[in-house]
Ligand binder design. Structure first.
Ligand code: DGI
Ligand code: FE
Ligand code: FE
Ligand code: FE
Length: 187
């Protein structure tokens, strides 16, 4: 899949705001891939595709989780998480994307997981630091991203976990496993 095909594929599924975010994730992912030695073209395509399912109705995403091999415990943590694994599933089934590295980077871009691959880290972090993001703490993560993919990803996860806790939101176990995994890698 080339860049234009990927952009054509996602454009009808995204709002203007989310499309601009997607282009920002592409830029950040290409930079991170270059800096840390990931496959630049895979990072580009995974970044463009990462929020493919963001606007699917939640009932549709829940039905896909139930009908597919995706873990059913995803249904117990709110609906915001679902667009990542469901997006990977739909990209494979609807759009014929076969590259497992790209699909797993899409699948884990929201929560992360234990022992993340290089490409998974690149997309996870690019989604967090892309140039249009403005939330508190993002500049600190951008600075860490200059020197360490793992330290920056860990800080992003810590911020997300703290944010979720302050809002009394459930934390998906993969989010915690990603945190533990990165901390172990750094130590
Ligand atoms: O899709 P984006 O907005 O670009 O970013 P994203 O895919 O990282 O999704 C961010 C959302 O996901 C945000 O609302 C927080 C939520 N989230 C991330 N980890 C968890 C989570 N929500 C729950 N309930 N539990 C998690 O572990
Ligand atoms: Fe997302
Ligand atoms: Fe299932
Ligand atoms: Fe995103």
């Amino acid at each position: 899949m080339d860049r234009n095909k990927a952009l054509e594929l996602v454009r009808p599924h995204l709002t203007e705001h989310r499309y601009i975010h997607t282009l920002g994730v592409e830029k950040a992912a290409v930079e991170l891939a270059g800096k840390y030695g990931a496959d630049i073209e895979k990072a580009r395509i995974a970044a463009i595709l990462h929020d493919y399912a963001k606007f699917r109705p939640k009932e549709e995403m829940q039905a896909i989780v139930r009908q597919s091999s995706l873990p059913d415990d995803l249904l117990l943590y709110g609906t915001e998480l679902l667009h990542a694994p469901v997006g990977a599933m739909l990209l494979e089934k609807e759009a014929g994307i076969k590259d497992k590295e790209i699909l797993s980077a899409v699948s884990y871009h929201t929560t992360g997981r234990d022992s993340m691959t290089l490409l998974e880290k690149v997309i996870f972090l690019a989604d967090y630091i892309e140039p249009n993001r403005i939330f508190p703490g993002v500049d600190e993560v951008r600075e860490l991203a200059e020197t360490s993919l793992e330290k920056a990803s860990l800080k992003a996860l810590q911020n997300t976990i703290l944010f979720l806790m302050k809002q009394n939101q459930l934390i998906y176990p993969f989010t915690i496993l990603a945190y533990n995994g990165l901390l172990r890698e750094i130590k």
